[in-house]
Design a protein around this ligand. Structure first.
Ligand SMILES: Cc1cc2nc3c(=O)[nH]c(=O)nc-3n(C[C@H](O)[C@H](O)[C@H](O)COP(=O)(O)OP(=O)(O)OC[C@H]3O[C@@H](n4cnc5c(N)ncnc54)[C@H](O)[C@@H]3O)c2cc1C
Length: 572
């Protein structure tokens, strides 16, 4: 094997170099493990770099009453209590320490007058809780983690896409990928693997997500036999750009509303008064997205089919200081000066709450030796994520995954790589070059996006989702006939053909889960079942591989301990 393929061996293989992957790698290194980090994009360019508004942590620097209990309660209520309560507890308890640590490693946060980390308001958070660096928090986070990790000495394999996880009996043994530049295959042999590959937003056409978001990690884990959970919960962020068409979907950070931005319809009405008079613009994302959607559908939308978001009542210098990226984004992309007038915004596919099923304490998946953290993992956010809770998720559970992966690596022997699995992965990956005149991967991607947007979008019905599943079946069949031209040297058509496998697999899991959940909860809105169901509130949807078929079952959620129930019930 080693003479046929370039092979690297390490204790812990981290797939993904965003916040979760880097934090996992740092922790595993700190435990004395040898660590390799693989990334589809260049180091420093992972999706996390785009995060804007901030990191949620109950540090109580601005609102001194804040504490982990309130953060826990907000997270559970935001997630419509479907969250893994133990993850929500650990997250709320550990986030402040993880932010302080980031600061010690060199992150330069905005400051309060007395020199503490400044915190801003965000939807669904009772107190001002988001630690931020203007609206470029993700950039600072990635820069800090990357400096720390490189300094500590992890090996980086960038512009390398993993196409299959390799197993040794019942455990994970490594992965096979290809260098995007040359198209050559490479094997990673490792005792533990951490998946930190982010989400699946590219299965929808209007999205804030980057090209990396094709659901690879979830699909890789599923293929290797791990379980996925709650994939029906896909978050549509209420405020993406709607005009001009070329920039549709690009995020307009929630920090605009956090800093006092007001939403109005074309008649000038502040419509959130109707939908959530208490929290108004700072309601949770699911509620605001549905409100904008409803205003547009009922004929009160703006010229380009959105709502107006206005921050121009604040002093221009303040807006430029607190929202510099938004100021430049609108000036350069839409020729709008947001210090003088409103922005046009509408819902955009943003985040997936579901993903790889993990244990709260260790972030281990249901496959021994395989761990997952960040957006690729499920549980923390339940049916809807609060803004700012992802960056803190990456730090808290990235660290826990790295710790447990290093421990696991110490306890097990070196795995054996199975030549038959490697050959099968190579054959499948190269198949599009063997076919002539087959299906075009770009056409399949376009049709997949149309299907997901129109049939598995913000509002869903049984009929639509059933149609989507039929369409997905046809798309899978077409995908098995894809062909690409040219060589393996940086060939975007070939890359897309491979990414499509992940997008189709995870889209099917989303649709199957959305079909059976006959209720509306958080980001999952069923027009035919508009209410919360007490019974579904006790269930998680579990997706698993059953031969060539995708299995789905419901597991009853474990009972919450009395002390957490009490915190959740407090009327605050
Ligand atoms: C515009 C925008 C603004 C946001 N703002 C905020 C915010 O202010 N606060 C907040 O909490 N959240 C925010 N979010 C959400 C948050 O940024 C993401 O959920 C989070 O960064 C995901 O981090 P991650 O580490 O899980 O994955 P990522 O940062 O996406 O990293 C994934 C990594 O996996 C790699 N990868 C993927 N597939 C493969 C493969 N097959 N082989 C090898 N490598 C692979 C990628 O190259 C990348 O390195 C925002 C999201 C967007 C889009």
């Amino acid at each position: 094997m080693s003479d046929k393929f370039e092979t690297h061996e390490m204790d812990v293989l981290v797939i993904g170099a965003g916040g979760a992957g880097l934090r996992a790698a740092i922790e595993a290194l700190g435990q004395g493990a040898s660590v390799g980090v693989v990334s589809k994009s260049l180091l420093g360019k992972a999706h996390t770099v785009m995060a804007e508004g901030g990191i949620a942590a109950a540090m109580a620097n601005v609102d001194t009453k804040d504490d982990w209990r309130t953060h826990f309660r907000d997270t559970m209520r935001g997630g419509k209590t479907l969250n893994n309560w133990r993850m929500a507890q650990l997250h709320a308890q550990e986030a402040p320490e993880r932010v302080r640590e980031l600061e010690q490693w060199g992150a330069l946060f905005d400051r309060t007058e007395d020199g503490n980390i400044l915190q801003r308001a965000f939807g669904g958070h009772t107190f001002k809780r988001l630690c931020h660096v203007g609206d470029r928090t993700g950039l600072e986070m990635i820069r800090t983690l990357q400096d720390r990790g490189v300094h500590m000495g992890f090996d980086v394999y960038m512009e390398c896409t993993i196409v299959r996880l390799l197993t040794d009996g019942e455990r994970c043994a490594g992965a096979i990928g290809y260098w995007r530049e040359q198209g050559r295959f490479v094997i990673f042999k490792a005792k533990s693997e951490v998946i930190a590959t982010g989400g699946i937003g590219k299965a929808w056409p209007i999205t804030s997500n980057s090209w990396e978001y094709t659901g690879d990690g979830m699909s890789l884990a599923y293929g290797a036999g791990a379980e996925l959970m709650d994939l029906e919960f896909v978050q549509f962020h209420p405020t993406g750009m709607v005009w001009p068409p070329g920039v549709q979907g690009i995020l307009v950070t929630e920090a605009v509303r956090g800093e006092g931005g007001i939403l109005r319809n074309k008649k000038g009405e502040r419509f959130m008064e109707k939908y959530d008079p208490k929290r108004m613009e700072l309601s949770t994302r699911d509620v605001v997205a549905r409100s904008i959607y409803t205003e547009v559908k009922e004929g009160r939308g703006t010229e380009h089919g959105g709502a107006y978001l206005d921050i121009s009542h604040k002093p221009a210098e303040y807006v430029k200081k607190k929202l510099p990226s938004m100021y430049h984004q609108f000036k350069e992309l839409a020729d709008v000066d947001i210090t003088k007038g409103p922005m046009e915004v509408g819902p955009t596919c943003h985040y997936v709450m579901g993903g790889i099923r993990v244990e709260a304490e260790t972030a281990q998946s249901t496959l021994p030796g395989l761990f997952a953290a960040g957006e690729a993992a499920a549980g923390l956010h339940g049916a809807n994520r609060l803004g700012g809770n992802s960056l803190s998720d990456l730090l808290v559970f990235g660290r826990r995954a790295g710790l447990a992966a290093a421990k696991h690596a110490k306890e097990v022997s070196t795995p054996t790589i199975d030549a038959a699995q490697v050959d099968a992965a190579e054959r499948e990956a190269l198949a599009p070059f063997q076919r002539q005149g087959g299906e075009n991967p770009y056409a399949i991607h376009r049709d997949l996006q149309t299907t997901m947007q129109s049939l598995v979008g913000i509002f869903r019905t049984r009929e639509d989702v059933q149609k989507a599943l039929v369409e997905l079946g046809k798309l899978k069949e077409r995908w098995s006939h894809t062909s690409v031209e040219g060589s393996r040297m940086f060939n975007p058509g070939w890359h897309l053909a491979l990414d499509l496998k992940s997008m189709l697999t995870i889209s099917e899991a989303v649709a199957k889960s959305a079909l059976v959940r006959e209720e509306s909860r958080g980001a999952h809105s069923r027009i035919d079942f508009p209410e919360l169901s007490a019974e579904w509130g006790t269930k998680n949807n579990i997706v698993f591989r059953s031969g060539a078929e995708m299995g789905l079952r419901q597991d009853t959620r474990p009972e919450m301990p009395a002390e957490l129930k009490q915190i959740l019930a407090e009327d605050k």
